[in-house]
Structures are given as C-alpha cells and as structure tokens.
Design a protein around this ligand. Structure first.
Ligand SMILES: [Zn+2]
Length: 117
C-alpha cells in the first residue's frame, strides 16, 4: 500500500466521562491537499484518503487488507478522529475538526493511502 507524507498536528482531547488527555492527530488540509483519516479498529493504524475518494471507498473497501495487522478493512474501518480506538474499544470523541490549538507545532509523517487499488 502506498504511503504519502502529510502534515498534521497532535491534540490532547478529553472524552467525557472518563477519558482525559488522549492524543489524537488532525491532518492539516489546505491548498492542493484535502485528506480524510480513517483508523483500523483491530490495530489502530491510521489511513488517509483523498476526500474525493471517500464515497467510492466506502463502497469498495472490502478487499483492502490492513498492511499492519492483515485484517480485511471492510467493517473494521472507522472515520477518525470522530471515532477512535481506545483500549480496544471504539469511542466517539465529539471532536471539533475546525479547531486546531497548536498549528505551529505541526509535524510530517507518512500515512498509508487508501485508494481504489
Ligand atoms: Zn490493522
């Protein structure tokens, strides 16, 4: 599976009632880049898609295997970070994707690109 370099920020969020200071990442979109993020609910691997591919992917992801844990991603992929894998469970974060607190501390890393292979 192809990897792409993407700039992102880390944020600490609280998910009430009892999860505090959970580190999540937000992709910095803008200009030519417009990515959405997903997570494997078996191993926590984070994937990106080009947003225009989203509808297509949701219908056609059945045969895509997680390169980290080899799970077939159909039914094992969640929209991240609106939902995240935490201690083996999927939880809703109710996160505000428009709010970024520390844009000056952005980092670049490589993420697997889900595409219509
Ligand atoms: Zn996985």
């Amino acid at each position: 599976m192809e990897k792409v370099k993407i700039r992102y920020v880390e944020e600490l969020i609280n998910v009430l009632p009892n999860h505090f200071n959970i580190k999540i990442i937000k992709i910095l979109n803008g200009g030519w880049s417009n990515f959405s993020t997903y997570q494997c609910i078996k191993c926590g691997e984070i994937f990106v898609t080009k947003s225009l591919d989203d509808n297509y992917l949701l219908l056609n992801k059945k045969n895509i295997q997680c390169p980290n844990c080899e799970t077939i991603l159909n039914d094992n992929l969640i929209k991240y970070p609106e939902r995240i894998l935490l201690n083996g469970k999927v939880i809703y974060t109710n996160i505000n994707m428009d709010y970024i607190s520390n844009i000056n501390n952005s980092k670049i890393s490589e993420f697997y690109l889900l595409s219509d292979m």
